[in-house]
Design a protein around this ligand. Structure first.
Ligand SMILES: [Zn+2]
Length: 140
């Protein structure tokens, strides 16, 4: 996405615990912490695996494929520079049931959206090496 066309977006506060998530897009990778002992993906980042209490968590890339669980279309100009309408969505990552993130859907119209729509990640580069994970319909 070109510099001029980037909409304003609220940016995350980077911490050592979440950098893998916000910066993985530099390599084209959507990354989550994964437990080395029970293989569970853990998100939001936590120092302890909620499934087995292991502390052996390491950033691991996923495919970037997901499905649309739910969404809303915002028509209200809440944020100056971030022009409505835009789609706020919760998607479930293909690799693990319950591994969900809240994101924006782009490159689609609200009329195209339906439950379980296959979507895939794309990244919008922002300041400080942050790559926001956004999603678009997987057209293939
Ligand atoms: Zn575990």
């Amino acid at each position: 996405m070109s510099e001029a066309k980037r909409p304003f977006r609220l940016l995350p506060q980077l911490t050592p615990e979440n950098e893998h998530y916000w910066k993985g897009g530099a390599r084209g990778e959507l990354c989550f912490l994964r437990c080395a002992d029970c293989r569970t993906f853990v998100h939001p980042p936590s120092p302890v695996c909620p499934s087995c209490l292991s502390r052996q968590l390491a950033p691991t890339a996923v495919s970037g494929r997901a499905r649309l669980l739910t969404w809303t279309v915002n028509h209200q100009p809440w944020i100056p520079g971030f022009e409505p309408p835009y789609v706020i969505a919760i998607v479930e990552i293909e690799e693990q049931r319950g591994l969900r993130i809240t994101t924006n859907l782009v490159n689609c119209t609200p009329a195209e959206l339906r439950m379980d729509l296959p979507v895939k990640v794309l990244f919008e580069e922002r300041e400080d090496g942050v790559f926001l994970p956004l999603f678009e319909p997987a057209r293939s």
